[in-house]
Design a protein around this ligand. Sequence first.
Ligand SMILES: [Zn+2]
Length: 292
Amino acid sequence: MTYLAVDIGGTKLAAARWDGSLGEMHRSPTGDDPWPVLTALLDPLADGMEGIGVGCGGPMEWPQGHVSPLNIPAWRGFPLRQELARRYRVPVRVHNDAVCMAAGEHWKGGWGTDDLLGMVVSTGVGGGLISGGRLLDGAGGNAGHVGHVVVEPDGPMCGCGVRGCLEAVARGPALVAWAAAQGCTARTGVELAALAAQGDVLALQAFARAGRALGMAIASIVALLDVRVAVLGGGISQVPSLWPTLRRSLAEHVGLSYLDGVRVEQATLGQTAGLVGAAALFAAEDHYWSAD
Ligand SMILES: [Zn+2]
């Protein structure tokens, strides 16, 4: 069976065919009006495929696939699943992009476990949960929103409207804002990471702050769900100075004996995890898709 895997983000769109493994990845900048860009990307890849799996930024109505990605203002309630099905005349499944990353890492990341927390830490903090070998969807397909675990009760305001969520503390722009308030000159996460690599104290403190918050949130989630492996992807997860504090914070905040040996690791599939997970919505015997 051949499927088309699609990853829709605020800055770029990516697609690849799947026929047991991921084919060549094709990419385009998302632009202000993503639909013509998306169809130009998919048209040449669509021949002979039997379904389209899509990971897309949230929020969305699931499983209907009406998407309103925070980073794509042109799409508000856009019927993505319906429009793709109409154009390509094949079944389409759409899930959250961070959920797809978690599914991809669980399915093909080589972790050897039925229970896994996958997280994406970049402009936002998202995630997905695999329990007993299956994706947890929750009542409305939103399970795994790890960015909104509270880590600082009086902390910074989150985009969701309350204070102290993990995302409000650890997302890239929050780190840059925190460092700027202390006098750091970095204007982007990439600049902040470069400063940290040079040993800049404020930049190092910013990533340590993120590491502490992530460790705390992960400790709560793994205890709740009896998960032993947390896998991190996204730009912030690639900053080396994040990791010592993250691992220390996780160790400090897990106490229960069943969590001995719990670990947090970097995603193994890198940038392709989302596409592999999008393919898995069809290709993995419904381990990651429970609706229709
Ligand atoms: Zn929040």
